[in-house]
Design a protein around this ligand. Structure first.
Ligand SMILES: NC(=O)c1ccc[n+]([C@@H]2O[C@H](COP(=O)([O-])OP(=O)(O)OC[C@H]3O[C@@H](n4cnc5c(N)ncnc54)[C@H](OP(=O)(O)O)[C@@H]3O)[C@@H](O)[C@H]2O)c1
Length: 263
């Protein structure tokens, strides 16, 4: 792992350089280079998918009663909005819509809001979800190829085959969105959705935003199928960045480090 020793800016001073690089090319201010150039410079002609999760030091995303607001501080919330501003679509699972009722727009920093995508295989998304009353960007709901859905008429519905247990292949989701013209995608949460994309090898990068708090119990961030041997564990090439008093771990899932071997 490498550490970028200079802390990331916590103000918007040079953020405009990142936005204009994403829009029309050009140079990103050096302080943002390491974190955002991989997203902006991701090769054309194929999808680029980044996941994010905010979590405690002990890897929890909520208390055991489900309280999750707020584990991370305002700087990490701004980081999330910056990620939204750099992608074509933001994807969440229906669990997040039910728990948090997010709008999924960019409000805390300058930048365009992405198209909003909800994965909802069983039609659980409430018709009164807040995102439906905000028409600033399109909304896509991805569901299984059968089953009822009660959604406002302006919502675009994409049906994909389930696996018989209600799961939809994340790679199929990635490909269908790419086919609709969306190249950069952010899987914003929650933990089940990010984990499913990671398990399916459908993420290129992962930002873990770690706050200095120990919760001790409650749902974990990333959960994958058990690995018996440590040598089989994923060891992405990772860079850490200080953001206020929190740390952003930027994991490049397409590059692996060698396992640690005893001397
Ligand atoms: N810390 C963070 O960064 C962060 C971010 C977002 C949310 N959260 C928190 O996470 C909690 C919710 O967690 P969660 O993991 O339940 O939410 P989630 O990941 O948003 O939603 C999970 C649900 O989405 C559907 N889904 C997602 N991917 C699918 C796939 N490939 N195929 C089929 N269905 C798929 C399934 O719906 P069905 O259950 O209907 O099958 C699944 O149970 C809330 O407490 C929220 O506050 C934290």
């Amino acid at each position: 792992m490498t550490t970028d020793r200079a802390p990331l800016p916590t103000d918007d001073g040079s953020w405009a350089s990142v936005l204009s690089a994403a829009r029309d090319g050009g140079r990103i201010a050096p302080e943002w280079q390491s974190l955002f150039a991989p997203i902006i410079g991701a090769g054309a002609g194929k999808p680029f998918v980044i996941g994010q999760l905010g979590q405690s030091l002990d890897g929890r995303v909520a208390t055991s009663t489900g309280q999750s607001r707020y584990i991370n501080g305002p700087d990490c919330l701004n980081h999330l909005h910056r990620l939204r501003a750099l992608v074509d679509v933001v994807i969440v699972g229906v669990g997040t819509v039910i728990a948090d009722d997010p709008r999924l727009t960019v409000r805390l920093v300058d930048g365009p809001s992405p198209v909003r995508v909800v994965i909802d295989p069983r039609g659980r998304i409430p018709r009164i979800a807040r995102m439906f009353s905000d028409a600033s960007t399109d909304i896509v709901v991805i569901t299984q190829d059968t089953g009822p859905l009660d959604l406002p008429s302006f919502v675009k519905v994409v049906r994909l085959p389930g696996d018989g247990k209600g799961r939809i292949d994340p790679k199929a989701i990635r490909e269908v969105l790419f086919g609709l013209g969306y190249r950069r995608m952010l899987v914003e949460g929650g933990p089940n959705t990010v984990s499913a994309f990671l398990e399916a090898d459908a993420l290129d990068r992962l930002h873990l935003l770690v706050a200095p708090v120990i919760i001790g119990a409650g749902p974990a961030g990333v959960s994958l199928a058990p690995t018996d041997a440590l040598s089989d564990a994923r060891r992405p090439v990772t860079t850490s960045h200080r953001l206020g008093d929190e740390i952003v771990f930027d994991c490049d899932l397409r590059r692996q480090q060698a396992p640690i071997s005893p001397e």
